[in-house]
Design a binder for this molecule. Structure first.
Ligand code: SF4
Length: 183
């Protein structure tokens, strides 16, 4: 759909409400299973929890998806892939950061190689937990529903906690061994 036609339908034909209703019930996440949180997403889509009742239908191609569900750690190398996937998705698009690792680094909070998702792409909803339960994942999609509707919700952005004072001091540099003299 061209941008002009889209704007006409949304503004002039006053179809915005209908459009948002359609988006809310068609949240098709592309899975970025970068770590162990992904196991709980399989559970979320299984018969026990059946997230499809909320319009959540997992997809495997980003060009037909409108949500990225980041399921775990994002390393510096993977951050490039995350950005590329995000840029290829059509508008409107949303990002959910799932689990402590995606939100603030989790176990790897001071790793040399793990980055927080919101430093790479904008995050719409954060899910706490290690791993978050299927109920928490479904709640995140309901929060996204409310956000699309324009309703205020508990979109709490996690605070960054500095744990450096609780770490052992870094090792002191050792003097270099003297070069052996040629005998
Ligand atoms: S939050 Fe926990 S379960 Fe999820 S990726 Fe990190 S270590 Fe794994």
């Amino acid at each position: 759909m061209s941008q002009a036609l889209r704007e006409f339908l949304l503004k002039k034909a006053k179809l915005e409400k209908l459009f948002k209703w359609g988006v809310r019930w068609s949240l098709w996440p592309v899975h970025l299973v970068t770590s162990c949180c992904g196991v709980e997403v399989a559970h979320t889509s299984g018969p026990g929890f059946d997230a499809e009742r909320w319009g959540v239908l997992p997809f495997h191609t980003m060009r037909q998806s409108n949500v990225i569900l980041v399921e775990g750690t994002i390393t510096k190398k993977m951050a490039k892939v995350l950005k590329m996937v995000y840029e290829q998705m059509p508008e409107p698009k949303y990002v959910i950061a799932m689990g402590a690792c995606a939100v603030r680094g989790g176990l790897f909070w001071n790793s040399y190689h793990v980055v927080q998702v919101d430093t790479v792409v904008p995050v719409d909803v954060y899910i706490a937990g290690c791993p978050p339960t299927p109920e928490a994942v479904i709640r995140a999609f309901i929060m996204l529903h409310n956000k699309i509707k324009g309703q205020p919700g508990p979109y709490v952005e996690p605070t960054k906690v500095d744990l450096t004072p609780y770490l052992p001091p870094p090792p002191k540099p050792q003097p270099k061994p003297m070069a052996q003299q040629a005998g």
